[in-house]
Write a protein that binds this ligand. Structure first.
Ligand SMILES: [Ca+2]
Length: 417
């Protein structure tokens, strides 16, 4: 019962925070006249008739069929509450680790079988973890097979803070006594903690940080290069302790800027990933009240928050968009949508029409969309309406995608036969 209660609490917390109304803050000022972006909004919204881009040969490339997909249960042993992160164990193509918001890490076999406990850091979490706090991120060292290191991102306190640590794996489990804290970031509020961590193809660790929380970014962290919050960081953790700033980070040498920052102007980047074919970085960024967005993250990019929410000016009829990077795709808070869940650029073989499409979902309405990363003009396609509380995606060794949920189940994305 206790675990069920935790799961339900966590579910409600993420939902409330994702909706951005958790602090009772007023929403953005409604725009009385149709904004110039409105036509783009229509175009970027999921439609039933995506354009058909032509391939190099001039022939129409296959495109995903709207609602032509479904999710089916997989990894039956994964019945844990509040699953948030998934990573295949390097060197073990049939094994993955699933992290739960409550602080447990479970080792599962992709082909089936029982789960085994890989680690438990619940005693490191902030005692009254709520909202979007908890164990939020997991990444294996790129040289895991040599060094046995795992990186975790979690919420600790008091004082309330995000912690990035590394642990050593001994005898197929995380040794809690091996923790080395790499970075601690004070968190003013319980929500918008980001938490995705992943190594890029460059070997550096990327870390997603939300704007600090509450609603509307009251501290202005999103646009403040002097604060790590509201950013995606890029750091070199291949040092004996702590981290180094890569010399080619975009804000190295910029007065007043934190050199760890890779991109900024983000509200709560919830799940980013690297395209395994191109290395491009894609993220979902959760909106305040109106727009959920998908961004291609580039070095030095300013993604607009809190000047913009999605494609629109936030709390103002007009604003200066100079230098701001607009999302590649966005959707409104209709049909019960509340928080975008960034996924992966699909590079599997089972669904070639999805090759190069970034797959993402929504926590509250359970829909899954995809947008073509090779054609900026085409609208997203609604792949399926799952009805599940989608919390994260995972990428399998063969490029197929799994969907983590708060429904005590993991699903696999496939085409409707
Ligand atoms: Ca934005």
């Amino acid at each position: 019962m206790q675990r069920l209660a935790l799961a339900v609490t966590a579910l409600a917390g993420v939902a409330a925070a994702g909706c951005g109304t958790d602090d009772g803050a007023p929403g953005p000022t409604p725009i009385a006249t149709t904004p110039a972006a409105a036509t783009v909004v229509t175009g970027a919204a999921p439609t039933a008739t995506p354009s058909a881009p032509t391939g190099p040969s001039g022939a129409a490339a296959p495109t995903p069929r709207p609602q032509g997909y479904r999710v089916v249960p997989t990894i039956p042993a994964a019945t844990f509450p509040a699953m948030l992160a998934f990573a295949v164990v390097p060197g073990r193509a049939d094994e993955a680790v699933i992290a739960t918001q409550t602080g447990q890490l479970w080792r599962v076999r992709l082909s089936g079988g029982s789960a085994t406990l890989f680690g438990d850091i619940s005693d490191r979490l902030i005692p009254d973890a709520r909202s979007e706090e908890g164990l939020l991120g997991l990444a294996f060292s790129p040289t895991f097979e040599r060094d046995g290191l795992v990186y975790l991102y979690y919420s600790a306190g008091p004082p309330r803070r995000s912690v990035l640590s590394r642990f050593r794996v001994v005898s197929d489990a995380i040794d809690p006594a091996s923790e080395q804290v790499i970075l601690e970031i004070p968190q003013p509020f319980a929500n918008h903690n980001g938490g995705q961590i992943a190594f890029g193809p460059d070997g550096y660790l990327y870390v997603a940080l939300g704007d600090g929380g509450s609603g509307g970014d009251p501290l202005g962290n999103g646009q403040n290069l002097g604060e790590l919050l509201g950013s995606i960081l890029r750091i070199d953790v291949s040092v004996p302790s702590g981290y180094r700033v890569p010399p080619d980070n975009p804000f190295v040498g910029v007065e007043g800027a934190r050199p760890e920052i890779y991109a900024y102007g983000l509200r709560n980047p919830w799940r980013f990933s690297f395209d395994r074919a191109t290395g491009a970085l894609w993220a979902g960024d959760v909106g305040q009240n109106r727009w959920e967005e998908v961004d291609r993250i580039v070095a030095g990019g300013n993604y607009g928050w809190n000047i913009l929410e999605g494609p629109e000016c936030f709390r103002a009829p007009d604003c200066d968009r100079t230098g701001l990077v607009l999302p590649r795709a966005w959707y409104g808070r209709e049909a019960g949508a509340c928080a975008v869940i960034g996924g992966y650029v699909y590079r599997g073989r089972a669904m070639p029409e999805l090759d190069g499409w970034f797959v993402y979902g929504d926590f509250c309405n359970g829909r899954i969309w995809a947008v073509n990363t090779a054609d900026d003009s085409s609208p997203p396609v609604l792949l399926t309406e799952t009805g599940h509380a989608i919390s994260s995606f995972g990428e399998l060794p063969d490029g197929e995608l799994v969907v983590l949920t708060f429904d005590r189940a993991v699903y696999r994305l496939e085409r409707v036969p």
